[in-house]
Design a protein. Structure first.
Length: 238
């Protein structure tokens, strides 16, 4: 299966209903698994940027005239420092720790062709409420359209993201992203709860109201050091 993941394949899709729910965790919850990753810290804590998005017309880049797949994608992504690996010296990286969807086929294909650690989960997204359930683990949030602080001091941290790192067996790979501008708008998150992590604390939330055209380039080697363990952390188990 690692051979399929090493194929030089890129993908295109449209992304809509994009929300980034960002929360911090204490470093001790990540110690022993991600201790070698250079993590971005906010208030001295690592930040997980939860992505919830509808992916539509997903297909390999060389099959632009074919019908693509549509599914709901949820991902735990860690902000990492990677600016010193690139000419612009700007941190643009996220590490894909875990991805969830409720589509069995997408899980199977994701495990075969990507390193984004897909698993099937129950997703309940109704109006202004969202719940992700995996076994006895859950994450839920609610939001509304009322005014909220603009998070301008944090927006640049998230708006620059266009490099996705993942672990292929024992080697780190980076997937660069081509997209139009990312018009982040602050989202008024009225409730945030999860037991995936014991120390999770809400930081900020953003939404993108536009539909974005996305292209994921074929994954490349990177000099970023990989985590010390290939096993997933205990919170993923039911």
């Amino acid at each position: 299966m690692n051979l399929l993941k090493n194929l030089p394949i890129g993908y295109t899709a449209q992304l809509k209903d994009i929300k980034l729910i960002n929360f911090s965790v204490d470093q001790h919850e990540l110690r022993g698994y991600l201790s070698k990753l250079p993590l971005v810290l906010i208030n001295d804590k690592p930040v997980i940027s939860l992505l919830t998005v509808t992916v539509s017309q997903l297909r390999p880049s060389f099959l632009l005239n074919t019908i693509g797949f549509t599914y709901r994608h949820i991902a735990f992504r860690l902000l990492i420092k990677d600016g010193d690996l690139h000419h612009d010296n700007v941190n643009r990286g996220i590490y894909y720790w875990k991805s969830f969807t409720d589509k069995t086929f997408i899980v199977q294909a994701g495990k075969l062709f990507t390193n984004f650690n897909f698993e099937k989960a129950h997703i309940d997204c109704c109006n202004e409420n969202f719940i992700l359930t995996k076994g006895n683990r859950f994450l839920r949030y609610s939001f509304n359209d009322e005014s909220v602080e603009n998070y301008d001091h944090l927006k640049e941290t998230f708006i620059n993201i266009d490099r996705a790192y993942s672990l292929n067996h024992d080697k780190m790979k980076v997937t660069k992203v081509r997209r139009n501008d990312l018009p982040l708008e602050p989202l008024n998150c009225t409730c945030f709860e999860t037991n995936f992590f014991n120390t999770a604390k809400f930081v900020c939330a953003f939404q993108v109201k536009n539909i974005l055209d996305y292209e994921w380039l074929p994954p490349q080697k990177t000099s970023l050091r990989h985590p010390i363990s290939q096993s997933m952390p205990a919170f993923i188990s039911p």
